[in-house]
Design a protein around this ligand. Structure first.
Ligand code: ATP
Ligand code: MG
Length: 259
């Protein structure tokens, strides 16, 4: 564990079409830690991850990643992101391994120009190796050539996790990686994330699975539009804090959204 901050947000506020969703969120997530983000449906958890990935522009506030500008660090490939299942389109006609390979596209910028012109099966072996390793980590190698649309919900989730892993980024942002998976898959995913943390990665996981957060997270962030609390799981997941979380904040409390 280090003193470096993976993510540092100061007074972040965000809105969709002028409808406030995040209000004045300040938090620091140390590098090499596993953070669970917990809050009710509609609380703004996915929106917070979207602010970190740059797909939702904050209205106010500042975001720094490893002490540098968020945009710069995104371009440097420091962040891998697995969106929430419901936000994905599954009808595109690509295989499991091609889907995971899309996680390597950012890194392919560093390949020689002629390598980038080749069909995927002749891509730099380093990329194929990373894809195979990531599929092994989620036990999906045997499904590598199947169309992604054919898989069950839990299998798709594991493929999207493999896609995030294949990016070999320092921060893993995972939106509900445990939702809708069976108990053996859940154990597999949690063991895989433990390995990633031991390897020094910073894990940020949105979850409704409080026992897993209690057991695995180093810290828990409670969000209901505003920051309700941040601290060790034992404190944050107490009955008193969860009751406070349910009462929740207001998406607009004190936030002025320009007309
Ligand atoms: N693209 C969008 N356009 C407009 N409103 C949106 C959009 N995405 C989310 N919202 C709204 O923002 C609020 C927060 O949504 P968000 O998806 O961040 O919640 P969440 O905490 O991730 O919830 P869940 O636990 O259900 O995944 C909700 O009221 C939602 O309707
Ligand atoms: Mg969500």
């Amino acid at each position: 564990m280090t003193d470096t901050l993976a993510i540092e947000a100061q007074q972040l506020s965000a809105a969709y079409h002028r409808k406030p969703v995040l209000n004045n969120i300040s938090l620091t997530l140390p590098a090499g830690q596993w953070t669970a983000i917990v809050g009710p449906n509609g609380a703004g958890k996915s929106s917070l991850l979207k602010v970190v990935t740059g797909t939702l522009r904050p209205l106010h506030g500042e975001l720094r990643i490893f002490g540098a500008s968020a945009g710069q660090q995104r371009r440097a490939g420091k962040i891998a992101y697995m969106p929430q299942h419901e936000q994905m389109e599954w009808d595109f006609p690509v295989s499991v391994q091609e889907t995971v390979m899309t996680g390597r596209y950012g890194l392919m910028r560093h390949d020689a120009w002629w390598q980038r012109l080749l069909p995927q099966r002749w891509a730099n072996p380093m990329h194929r190796h990373a894809v195979e390793e990531a599929l092994d980590a989620v036990d999906m190698r045997e499904h590598a050539t199947r169309p992604i649309g054919e898989l069950s919900g839990g299998q798709k989730k594991r493929v999207m996790l493999a896609r995030a892993l294949a990016q070999q980024a320092e921060i893993l942002l995972l939106d509900e990686p445990l939702a809708g998976v069976d108990p053996p898959s859940e154990r597999l995913i949690l063991a895989m994330l433990e390995r990633e943390r031991r390897a020094g990665r910073s894990i940020v996981m949105v979850t409704h699975d409080l026992p897993s957060a209690r057991c695995h997270a180093d810290q828990v962030v409670l969000i209901n539009h505003t920051l309700v609390g941040i601290g060790p799981p034992g404190e944050m997941l107490s009955d008193a804090m969860l009751a406070q979380l349910a009462v929740g904040g207001s998406p607009s409390g004190g936030l002025h959204v320009a007309a």
